[in-house]
Structures are given as C-alpha cells and as structure tokens.
Design a protein around this ligand. Sequence first.
Ligand code: PLP
Length: 389
Amino acid sequence: MDTIEKFNSHIMGTYGRYGVVFEKGEGRTAVDENGKEYIDFGSGIGVNSLGYCDKEWADAVCAQARAIQHTSNYYYTKVQADFAEKLSAITGYDKMFFGNSGAEANECAIKIARKYSFDKYGAEAKRYNIITLVNSFHGRTVTTLSATGQDVFHNYFFPFTEGFINVEANNIDDLRAKIDDSVCAVMFEFIQGEGGVNVLDKAFVDEIFRLCAEKDILTIADEVQTGAGRTGTFLASEQFGVKPDITTLAKGVAGGVPVGVCLADGKCADVLVKGTHGSTFGGNPLACAGGLAVANKVGSPEFLKEVREKSEYFRKKLMEIPEVEGVDGLGLMMGIRFKEKNAAEVCKACLDKGLLALTAKTKLRLLPPLNITYDEIDKGIEILGSVLI
Ligand SMILES: *Cc1c(COP(=O)(O)O)cnc(C)c1O
C-alpha cells in the first residue's frame, strides 16, 4: 500500500489534503517522497518560523530529548523556567500558562476571564459573557468553536458553550451596543487570519481598550497566528500601541513543536491558582527547548527589523504582478487579493510548480518562514507570477 492509501484507510478524513507526501526539509525548502522540491511560503500554517530543521532549533530539541524529555508538572524543569523568563522579557507579561495548541491557550484565556469576574463580582452578577468578533477564528474545541464568530462552525456538536456575543469587526456602534454588565472580556485577533487576513482598524482597537478599561472588562488578544514575530514585531499589539490583559500564542512560537501560551498581566496574572487549570503535556521540556530556541532568535530587535524589511520587499515585488490587486496584513502575514483569479486554484497551481502557499477565504495567504532569504522570496514570487499569467 502506498502512503496515501495507508493514511486514508486509518486516519479520519477531517482535512481536504493535497496529494503530496512530504519527507524532509531544509531551510525554506520542503522535499516530497519523489525528491521534488518546494519553496515554502506557508510554514505549515505559520508554524515553522525558522524554516525546516534550523540548526540551533534542532540541536536544542535533540539535546533536550537526550537529557530529559518529559516530567510531570508536579516537578520543576529548568528549560520551562528559561523559556518563560525569555518570553516574559520579550513581551513584558509577568505570568504565563503553557499548553499545547492555540485552542488550549484560548481556553485558558477564557477561564481566566470568567474566573476574574467570578472572584471579583460573584456568581450572582452573571458577568460571564465574552464578546468575540464576526469572522474570527479561535480554535476547534467546543468552547473555542463557540467563541469563533462564524456560523459555519456552529453545527453538529450541540449544545455549544454559552456566553459568547459576536460584534462586527471595526463596527464601533455594534461594540458599544453590546458591551454591557454581563460582559467579562472582549477577545479578538488584531489581524483575522483564517477569517481572511483582515486587519482591525486602530480606532476600533482603541475603542475596545477604552471601554474595557472603563468597565473593568478584560482584553484578550488571540495572537496565535499574529504573534511570535509574524507581523514584524514580536506581538502585533505593539504596532497598535496597546497591551491586552491577556495574549495567547501558539503556531510559530516554538518553530514546529506543539506549544500554546496564555500570557496574563497585572490584575489577572494570578487568577488561576492551584487546582484550577492544568495540562499533562503543557510546558513539556522538548517543546520548551524548541520554544526557547525560537525566542532567542525571533525575540531580537535585529531579527524583527529584518522581518519588517523583508515584508516591505515582498509586498513591493508582489504588487509588480499585474494580476495582484492588493496585499493585506502586516509583516510576513500577507493576504493577496487578485483581480480575476481564484485563490484556491492559484494555490493548487503553485503547489504543482513547487511553491507552498495557503488561502484564507478569497485571498491567497502567505506566511513564509521569518528567516526566509531575499533569493527565496524572488524564486517563490517568480513561480507565483508564472501561474498568474
Ligand atoms: C490556528 C489558530 C487557532 C487554533 O490553534 P490550534 O493550535 O489549531 O488549536 C486559534 N486562533 C487563531 C487566531 C489561529 O490562527
């Protein structure tokens, strides 16, 4: 049996997959089982922030595997402490909880928000609603699906978790109308990723923070896709000039090992106390070793400056393609609008020609490794250009 046949006979068919079997990768190039090479403009959905098998990253993970790969959270490990200290220094958040995915990081954020209100205002206040935005994406667990503001996800799995109210992104009037005494948090992505690479307006973000400060409502930024250097600053919030009470990270934060982080600050840093939350794998030494290797590189101002410069170059080159109408997003999170072409068809044609890309709604979405070279940008854009003729 070949790999695809074997795969499909044993693995649930939850994804629409392309018929490619990847075997290895180096730098920004992935190689399939037939030896065909692909330039990577997708990073496995924003995960491989340092490309494939970065030397320091792989050395750190391998060394950790040979030292101690796991222990329970009843004990301490140095690598978890080091990773947390580094993330704290880069982001300015005092405290964090480690899980294994974006959905888990968001679950943690939701639990903090509800318990913060419960502790301070009591159960009778029923201050448990969380405002999320239309077209958002927050994960695949039942609660994070409930949080996700897209009806297409609210099917089959009834009953969903109660307590989420949707506000239209960038609609200040809608926000003002729905933010009442029942609300404990507002949760949002600065750039909606799965929702189509839509950047929030600064005025809308400012209004969220103004209203939340006034009403003691927590702000939760889901930076699972935008965080860890993707937008050219370590957190996208830096570019909006705000500091959310809670920020969640996952995808690229550990370069390809599963890590979800819920960062919390100030008044909500110590809401979760002994016995209120946990995870068997959360803070796993292997995962933390990968995360620390990413943070050591991506957290440096020089690296982030290069991400911004590459983004500028990338966008300029993309705009030279006549079929490209515009490029949305920030940094190396890009959503390309075409004049005529269909993004899904372009994505498939790129794959055939040796370029990995993604889509988000009607746009071609690019999330290249953050350490991509100018030469690789040129090569990939040449392939993209050739399918857009
Ligand atoms: C991918 C994503 C998630 C879900 O992350 P998982 O690791 O798949 O659970 C949540 N929020 C945003 C913004 C995402 O892009």
